[in-house]
Design a protein around this ligand. Sequence first.
Ligand code: OOB
Length: 540
Amino acid sequence: MPLLDGFTPWPETDAARYRAEGYWTGTTLGAVLRNSARRTPRRTALVADGRRLSYAELDEAADRVAAGLRAHGLGPGSRLLVHLPNGLPFVLTLFGCFRAAVVPVLALPAHRESELVHLARLSGAAACVLHGGPEQPGLAEAVTRAAHTVRHVFTTGPAGPGPWHPFDALTAASPDAGAPDDARPQDVAVLLLSGGTTGLPKLIPRTHDDYAYNLRAAARAAGLDAHTVTLLALPAAHNFALACPGLLGTLHAGGTTVLAPSPAPDVAFDLIARERVTTVALVPPLVLAWLDAAEELAPDLSSLTLLQAGGARLKEETARRVRPVLGCALQQVYGMAEGLLNLTRLDDADETVFTTQGRPLSDADEVRVVAPDGTDVPEGATGELWTRGPYTLRGYFRAERHNATAFTPDGFYRSGDLVRRLPGGNLVVEGRLKDVINRGGDKVPVEEVENHLLAHPRVHDVALVGFPDADMGERTCAFVVPRGEAPTRRELLDHLVRRGVAAFKHPDRVRVLTGFPRTGAGKVDRAALARTLNTPAEAL
Ligand code: OOB
């Protein structure tokens, strides 16, 4: 029996095959850390918040947090909403959850009240852990007011009244010496957020077995070992930085993870030189920023051997600059929180690394490239990517209606990505079918943002459209049909801030129209709107 209702397990025949063929090894994510701690207790596991933790210390701290969670009535299957930046509390919370079989719901640091309330309600969170920044009291109040299941708020800042606790309440517990791991390999270990769906974010259940395979295989494909020093520059709450191979893959390999407080080049370059960082993962706008800054600052990046780039399409000309400027190899990663990872391999020819987004991580990944009628397109032609495999979900959490269309009856996930498959199996990402704008790796769900804008009293109708941008790949423009006097962009942004909408979803441009162009079927003609933006940048 699955621990969580609302989770769609793999059919038993597939699960049995994944076990028999060694993809699922019956391990838990808590055991990933435990195993490395047994092998190399004294090696440095983590450098974060000015502290260095050995594997033994991190392992013991994880046990303490697990005990702390249990002491607050959280147990197997309880959901814990986690809203933390890269830092020690994030890692401790994560492993405390894995050990106590509490399921963390990983919100992104950029998320605000609107997203957090939605996630707390959808997950039925019993508690949340919040970063102690200036906005924290407001966020805590909003979440507890709107989500009645939330009984405890832990915060890394000063604790307020009521059900608020300092984060130390979790770490102060004495570990139940030798307490067994409460988790079972087949159960949901973590709920990730979808960047790829329309409407409000969906929750992606990842089991211990599937995610452990994901991080092991990704660690192998990225060549990680005990000498690896990974810089976590992207938010650790995102799948790419968490397990592709990221934090979890590095812990599995017995290497060291350095948590960067910011991905800004000056901060990151200092950490790379000081900690002799070997590996880092970035989204394309950051790759560009690092390349430009490295040319200017000539930092010591001599330890760096691998840059992974993913989250959005990397331009070929940017890819070609990586080795000459940063002195390291490039690996393109085309992944999704839903599961499937594609990567270029370390021994691929340069042309493959510069011009493709790689091929599936696993021999067991099934990838189809299909035409609108669901038939496979010929090799080299563009179609939608459908996938199924040992680490790709079979259903979003508690989303029965959406699941009916997001998956085929035989369990393929319809990614909504338009790709081409080249001879040799490498994929090139050509675009998207779904209404999500990829703003430099940040996914902007069109319908969600339009609904927020529609709630403005002077917005009669609105269409959010992406337009090409040299640095970000795409940016967003809100076409507004006003009711009475048109609102200014500033007024609309203030409105979104008041509604607690993450800043990366705020439109980069606003254009006022008296009405929308329509397609033959009477729908808003988004393509026609987009064409009006193909003009050189105008004043924002
Ligand atoms: C990663 O995950 P998500 O869930 O934030 O976003 C997934 C979507 C994909 O469906 C695709 O549309 C786009 O992001 N994407 C790329 C890409 N990597 C992701 N589009 C073009 N080129 C790429 N290299 O973004 C993610 C998860 C794990 C590893 C890397 C990225």
